[in-house]
Design a protein around this ligand. Structure first.
Ligand code: SF4
Ligand code: FES
Length: 334
């Protein structure tokens, strides 16, 4: 075990734990942001640099500070290490610079982007972004591309975090897309837009931290904060069947995997659950999905939903789909 102090808070973690994961064990504002690291995908991290922290004491044995800021997702803790995240003005300044770089090519099209409201870059820009850009060169632009019949790639928004390629590598049998070219010519591509056809390819949408990969069955249907997220499950032979239904009235607009407090998928779901079951009657509803109070999605206070009324509404929907007579709309639960 190793004792590490992050922003003045001490935590004891297993040897080999990264600074980022040690901070996650503390939780709250101490946790550095992460745009490319994903704990359930091997070898992620080290690409975006938003997780930079300052190591003011390397270890108990060698207390010298590290000479440069380090990527917390890739740096293991040492016993006696002292780290600064939000308590270091140098880190905050560097993070501002990283956000400025990420926004060089990423368009500020949040008002029309389906990721708005659940976009890590939008949150980062809000917290660390500058009001103006200093970039005067021409920006990269791309035509939108269909990756299969359910996913739209909007390369202009991609920040090259590589998460989607790790999903394709590690969750599906056959990877047919990847990062082509190098430097500012890098882009996600599928070689002649070959469709990604395998049962878990839809998870690329959930791991994408920005709006570069979006669900074509949900695109432009609703702003996410106007939807009502519900935890639901079904018996599925391919995955756990545990999902979030993003509904509006009786309509299920989107099905996604459940994410943890760090915005990472808890259990990957299959494409059948994601795309082929858009009726309330396909699911067992567990209740309203808890969304962090700092998220814009929490604005509509859906957690105060009357569960009895919700069950009645769902029953009405099932009856309607079966072609049976609807109960009275103002009928109160028995
Ligand atoms: S498409 Fe999304 S997940 Fe894939 S590399 Fe780009 S930003 Fe990352
Ligand atoms: S999260 Fe650490 S470099 Fe991207």
């Amino acid at each position: 075990m190793a004792k590490v102090t992050i922003d003045g808070i001490e935590v004891e973690v297993a040897d080999g734990t990264t600074i980022l994961n040690a901070a996650r064990q503390i939780g709250g504002e101490v946790v550095p942001p992460a745009m490319c690291y994903y704990s359930s995908l091997k070898d992620t991290g080290g690409k975006c640099r938003v997780c930079l922290v300052k190591v003011t004491q390397g270890s108990a044995k060698d207390p010298r500070p590290m000479p440069k800021l380090v990527a917390s997702c890739r740096t293991p803790v040492m016993d006696g290490m002292v780290v600064q995240n939000i308590t270091s003005p140098e880190v905050l300044e560097a993070r501002k610079g990283v956000v400025e770089f990420l926004l060089i090519n990423h368009p500020l099209d949040c008002p029309i982007c389906d990721q708005a409201g659940e976009c890590d870059l939008q949150n980062l820009a809000y917290e660390h972004g500058a009001g103006k850009t200093r970039y005067e060169e021409e920006r990269r632009t791309f035509e939108k591309v269909d990756i299969g019949d359910k996913i739209k790639l909007h390369m202009t928004r991609c920040i090259l975090c590589y998460r989607c390629t790790f999903v394709a590598d590690q969750l599906t049998n056959e990877r047919v897309h990847g990062v082509l070219n190098r430097g500012d010519a890098s882009e996600i591509s599928t070689y002649i837009e070959k469709a990604v056809e395998n049962d878990f390819s839809g998870n690329m949408i959930d791991v994408c931290p920005v709006g570069a990969l979006t669900d074509k069955t949900f695109r432009f249907k609703s702003r996410v904060w106007f939807t009502k997220p519900l935890d639901a499950h079904r018996n599925c032979t391919k995955c756990s069947g545990k999902v979030v239904l993003w509904s509006k009235g009786d309509d299920v607009l989107r099905v996604s995997a459940r994410k943890d407090e760090f915005g990472e998928v808890k259990e990957y779901i299959c494409n059948e659950c994601r795309y082929d079951h858009k009726n309330m009657s396909d699911w067992t509803i567990e209740g309203p999905r808890h969304i962090d109070k700092n998220s814009v999605i929490s604005q509509n206070h859906y957690e105060k939903i009357d569960m009895q009324k919700l069950k009645l509404d769902i029953e009405r929907q099932i009856q309607f789909q079966k072609g049976k007579q609807l109960p009275e709309t103002n009928q109160s639960p028995a």
